[in-house]
Design a protein around this ligand. Structure first.
Ligand SMILES: [Zn+2]
Length: 69
């Protein structure tokens, strides 16, 4: 069985775990081909409702007249 030659220091262990943390929580964003807004890759664009140039869902427009009353 392969055995590590040196004991992993607390600092080295902390650096390794910090790297995993950044890998987990980094945000991948890509530009929407239709409207140019930033969105998550492999996901439908939340601002225009398209995915790969095809409309997946329609964005409901807020009725501002009702909110004012
Ligand atoms: Zn879009």
């Amino acid at each position: 069985m392969a055995v590590p030659k040196k004991k992993t220091s607390v600092q080295r262990k902390g650096l390794r775990r910090a790297g995993q943390h950044h890998k987990m929580y980094r945000k991948h964003t890509s530009k929407c081909g239709n409207c140019g807004a930033m969105n998550l890759p492999h996901c439908a664009c939340p601002s225009c409702g398209t995915y790969k140039g095809r409309e997946v869902f329609t964005i409901k427009e807020r009725n501002t007249e009702d909110a004012e009353e």
